[in-house]
Design a protein around this ligand. Structure first.
Ligand code: HSE
Length: 306
């Protein structure tokens, strides 16, 4: 096999209370990437979309991942990558992670799966470092593994897949730009002990809620007293969307990754659609363009499609 086509899912990182340690994969949207082996050590990138991302591999999220694979390999192997992005960069639904994880998984396939999942995650995190300035795996891990991931630690890497019930995920992406690097910069470096206690109670509650399919516990635990109060200021309409979506029956939700997208979890498809209507109504009234998705949790992660 000297070429492969993969589908790379969008992801929701943080899951409200689990900043940098929790994430889940979405069935929609997803990027498509085609990777081919070259017999010279270079990385060629072609974009088949309108996002105009850099094709210089040093400045491209997937490019730096492939360069790190090449460096590990030594020798004469290179890569030609064609990217068809559907996850808008800067949306907060794991666009950079999809590029990074897709490149790492596709390269590993072409190389006979010689690297472990842990090594693949390490390669992919080089892309996140370029995108946000910091290595974090809460988009990368669910993108690669599918489902819900807990990143207990990244030094050393310790990723746990959390079983979760079938849930519907409604996402609204208001078309404003929030750069992850900026959304990280504004965060306070210290937290109060009482906030930390509340937060780790919620994280434990959310993980337990997923594992026991306890929908009420999931809903109660989708609370963030540390990050959301700071970041939500960057997202017009956030408080209104959150309140009205809960009133419409969503279990709960909040900022997707570093925003500006907002996600909500629902038990039933009908509720997820009603939640979408609420989101649409708010942004239509405010006068900000938006995209919405009503989708489910992706179980497979990056997938070979040909
Ligand atoms: N955990 C990351 C953040 C996800 O919230 O900054 C965004 O890449």
């Amino acid at each position: 096999m000297d070429s492969i086509k993969v589908k790379c899912p969008g992801t929701v990182a943080n899951l409200v209370c689990g900043f940098d340690i929790l994430g889940l994969a979405l069935n929609e949207p997803a990027d498509i990437m085609e990777l081919r082996l070259l017999d010279e050590p270079r990385v060629l990138i072609r974009n088949r979309d309108a996002f105009n991302l850099p094709t210089d591999p040093e400045k491209n999220v997937a490019g730096v991942v492939l360069l790190s694979v090449m460096e590990k390999l030594g020798g004469q192997t290179g890569f030609e990558l064609t990217v068809e992005k559907h996850i808008k960069p800067g949306s907060g639904i794991g666009s950079s992670a999809a590029s990074a994880a897709g490149a790492a998984v596709a390269a590993n396939h072409l190389l006979g799966n010689r690297f472990s999942t842990e090594e693949v995650v390490q390669f992919a995190m080089n892309g996140e470092k370029l995108a946000s300035g910091v290595k974090h795996a809460d988009n990368i891990a669910p993108c690669i593994l599918g489902g819900v991931s807990l990143i207990r630690s990244i030094h050393p890497l310790d990723i746990i897949s959390i079983p979760a019930p079938d849930l519907y995920v409604t996402v609204v992406h208001p078309q404003i730009e929030v750069r992850t690097a900026d959304a990280r910069q504004i965060l306070k470096q210290q937290v109060l002990l009482r906030d930390a206690i509340r937060q780790w109670g919620n994280i434990a509650g959310l993980v337990t809620g997923f594992m026991k399919s306890d929908y009420d516990l999931i809903g109660r635990s989708l609370e963030d007293v540390i990050i959301e109060p700071v970041r939500s200021i960057l997202i017009p309409g956030f408080d209104e969307v959150k309140q009205k979506c809960r009133e419409a029956g969503a279990l709960g939700g909040g900022i997707s990754g570093s925003g500006p997208s907002i996600f909500m979890l629902s038990k039933e498809e009908k509720t997820a659609q009603e939640v979408e209507a609420v989101m649409r109504a708010v942004y239509t009234r405010i006068g900000i363009d938006f995209n919405t998705y009503v989708t489910t949790i992706n179980k497979n992660g990056v997938e070979k499609i040909s």
